[in-house]
Ligand binder design. Structure first.
Ligand code: COA
Length: 401
């Protein structure tokens, strides 16, 4: 396919491998070794990639794979997960990303996948393609020297100090129980575990290799750093199935005596501040999106998730990129939805990017209404929409891709 003079958009071939590698390394500023490339090829089949080529030179790349995503109501939906998006700095802003995305989304539509997801490098690019940020993450730092737990905080114990290599099966099993409950978490393929467990030195940011705390219903993987001559711990991944596992692991992390601060990523309603006598000790140092989401098929996506309350609403959805928009009647009874195109007047008008942001329950409808990106016929419909789309468990990205 040639949309831009001199540039062809097509599937990657084996002959493109070296060009894709150099382009990806240049785009993201990291070199990859053979073991990493081998695992990446198992994670994302290189022959499923879309490339932009000028002659035989690769100047653009998008890779993708089908993922199983947990959505509200402890349900799962197949989604296209996109990654490795890059355009050569010599060829930027000529429409190559748009051309590759047009082809990639045509393929996703043909596969019948109701959602597309990815992690975005920048916030200003993807709204025009119908994506909205759908998971929120908070970077926090806790000065653990002053952390005292309230008398109400459970002290269930059960945490073991272990070597990661000895407990990989248990870590995978706990992750899998956690991801079934958690909107935004994906089934994790073996090659993704391989990347985590390999723990290459170049991704440690000057920290130690991974240390592991294991509880029957949770785990924490973390590194030690030196910061201004003080010892700091960075929690790389913590997954807890139960509140007891959460309290037990945090008690252990806050019990690392020689450590000044513990850094971690928390979702909005993580209970950690409420376990402590001084909730301010959990200091938010950054707040950002963890996943972007686009509905490829509005009725299929909206009927795939569960809802917190009953709902009767007509949504007019605009799609600036594909033809997935339209007016849809959404009816929810006992958590189960029906959704179909309708001729009825809309109660709510919104962009498909806004619906993407609301889909996992992390972003409330009222904020978009206040920003004039969602128009509601009346405040009752707006409140009902927000309540129904809300979730009991915060959305969290399962594994970065
Ligand atoms: C981001 C990147 C892929 C854009 O590629 P590109 O070929 O220059 O993009 P296009 O020319 O097709 O632009 C597509 C649209 O996005 C907009 N856009 C592109 N980059 C943008 C940016 N950084 N910020 C805001 N808008 C941007 C363009 O203005 C254009 O808008 P329009 O089609 O509505 O007029 C490229 O700059 C890149 O590889 N960056 C480094 C790696 C990276 O960040 N990858 C993304 C990982 S998620």
């Amino acid at each position: 396919m040639t949309l831009i003079p001199g540039i062809t958009i097509r599937s990657a071939t084996e002959a493109d491998a070296a060009g894709v590698r150099l382009l990806t390394e240049t785009s993201f500023g990291t070199r990859s070794d053979e073991a990493w490339l081998e695992r990446s090829a198992r994670l994302f089949d290189p022959l499923d990639s879309v490339v932009a080529v000028e002659g035989n030179r690769v100047v653009g790349h998008v890779r993708s794979r089908e993922m199983i995503l947990t959505v509200p109501g402890e349900r799962t939906v197949p989604a296209c997960g996109i990654a490795g998006v890059g355009v050569a700095p010599t060829h930027r802003r000529r429409g190559i990303l748009r051309a590759m995305y047009t082809e990639q989304h045509r393929r996703t539509e043909a596969q019948g996948l109701p959602l597309t997801i990815f992690t975005a490098s920048e916030g200003g690019i993807y709204g025009r393609f119908g994506y909205g940020p759908a998971v929120r993450q908070n970077a926090v730092t806790i000065d653990r020297r002053f952390a005292e737990f309230l008398p109400t905080t459970p002290d269930p114990g059960g945490v073991e100090l272990v070597m990661l290599a000895d407990v990989t099966d248990r870590v995978c099993e706990i992750y899998d129980r956690w991801r079934r409950l958690t909107p935004g978490a994906q089934v994790r393929p073996e090659a993704s575990w391989g990347n985590l467990f390999a723990d290459p030195e170049r991704f440690r940011g000057g920290g130690s290799d991974l240390f592991t705390l294991l509880h029957p219903d949770g785990y924490a993987l973390y590194r030690y750093y030196r910061e201004d001559r003080e010892m700091v711990v960075d929690v790389v991944e913590m997954r807890t199935v139960t509140t007891d596992a959460h309290a037990a692991l945090w008690r252990t992390l806050c019990g690392l005596d020689l450590v000044a601060r513990v850094k971690a990523e928390l979702s909005d309603n993580d209970p950690l501040p409420y376990l402590l006598g001084n909730p301010r000790l959990v200091r938010t140092t950054g707040r950002y999106d963890g996943l972007w989401l686009r509905l490829m098929d509005v009725p299929a996506a909206l009927t795939a998730r569960g809802y917190r309350t009953d709902l009767d609403v007509v949504l007019a959805v605009t799609d600036p990129f594909r033809a997935a928009g339209g007016t849809f009647a959404l009816t929810v009874r006992n958590g189960h939805a029906e959704c179909a195109p309708t001729e009825r007047d809309a109660d709510i008008e919104l962009g498909i990017d806004v619906l993407g942001s609301m889909y996992l329950g992390a972003y409330p409808a009222r904020a978009f209404a206040a920003a004039n990106r969602l128009q509601a016929k009346d405040s009752g419909k707006l409140r009902a929409l927000e309540e129904a789309f809300g979730t009991d468990r915060d959305a969290v990205l399962g594994w970065f891709f």
